[in-house]
Design a protein around this ligand. Sequence first.
Ligand code: GDP
Length: 448
Amino acid sequence: MNYTADNIVAIASSSGYAGVGVVRVSGANLSQIIKGISGRDNLKPRYAHYSDLFAADGSVLDSGLLLYFVAPNSFTGEEVLEIQGHGSPIVLNMIVKRCVELGCRLAEAGEFSKRAYLNGKLDLVQAESIADLIHAESEASAKGAIKSLKGDFSKHINQINEELINLRMFVEATLDFPEEDIEFIADAKIRDKLTIVRNSIHKLFQGTKQGVLLNNGANIVIVGQPNVGKSSLLNALANEDVAIVTEIAGTTRDIVSQKIIIDGIPFNIIDTAGIRDTDDVVEKIGIERAYNALENADLCIILVDNQTGISDREIDIIKRLPNGMSKLYIHNKIDLTGIDAHIKEQDNETHVYLSAQQKLGLDNLRQKLLSMIGWNHNESDVFLARTRHLDAMKITVEHIDYAFNNWDSLEIIAEELRYAHNSLATITGEFTADDLLGEIFSRFCIGK
Ligand code: GDP
């Protein structure tokens, strides 16, 4: 252990009222705490012990179950005591306070998981996936998080890491023994090996993108004039009435952000203020926010009333969209124009014809949304990933590609492979700076 394992305590169950709540303690030696809270000298590891829990003056705070784990066979790799009391915040806080009296310190956010990582019980990807599992927004993302927690993602990373290490050793050996006659053969071998590594990394990069989509979802902005049916469309997609539907123009004055789940992917849909020229101060603020939201969007939906079609106003908005922003045109109210629900691809533009009110063509829209943000249904075993992983993968890919495209110098190849390796290793935490660790774990909740 490369840190002082003082004893830490926190409530591990969710805040609020429940039948049972859990207080978790971890540290190098818990005998004093066990004795103080239960009056017992020792607890048989991995057995449930029913016991009264005592205050300093000997009065009973609560009664519940004690579970004791001996190092290193615990979540953190240290001694761990789990106290299952009654699930009242008051009671659980009294138990925590008692543990503090007995020498514990309150745990920081993510500190249990951080200790598990520092003690080699989990790598960084696995530790992060605990937080992701807890915050998963759909069954699919929960399943993805479990896969990452079980080590699926790490396994892929480690495999490529091994390939990279082998390749680096080979390149450096060739550099160290530059015999003219073997150089040619060595070059060919390096090229082969590099091609294999490069393919693996590109494949994993695609998988990581899917994993990040499943975790973060996509930001969608809807622009359209008042009354074209923005609120009705959001309601139809979300199947619940969040935005208020009215017939008065310009009622959606502020940004309404709504989360809907399609095929397990969270979509953060931002319904913008009806963009139009106005003297109304409040509406002006809404319009400004609409433009800000556009900057961070993955996709922009332009919603029009099929009765009027695309007007100069939409054309004006489209001109002002950030460069390269994907656009999806939705023609609403086809029930009033007698058109069937369908999708039309024209001049690299996608047009979906539907009726939000009559719920016609919504599945077409859902499928189109998924494909436009890059979700690949066929990817059966998706693990959950984070933007941090994707960023590191991207750097790795860049260095590998650079090495691949620069055959002039083995020195450059060696250097690029070293960068690629270091960057990949930050994902599982093999080489990760302390400040990054601090940042990662501080985003966890207390008690995790
Ligand atoms: P927003 O201002 O863009 O949010 O538009 P709303 O969702 O409030 O809709 C404006 C009006 O159009 C309401 O009366 C809706 O019932 C109506 N509307 C929305 N979608 C449709 C549709 O597909 N067909 C028909 N006939 N009316 C619709």
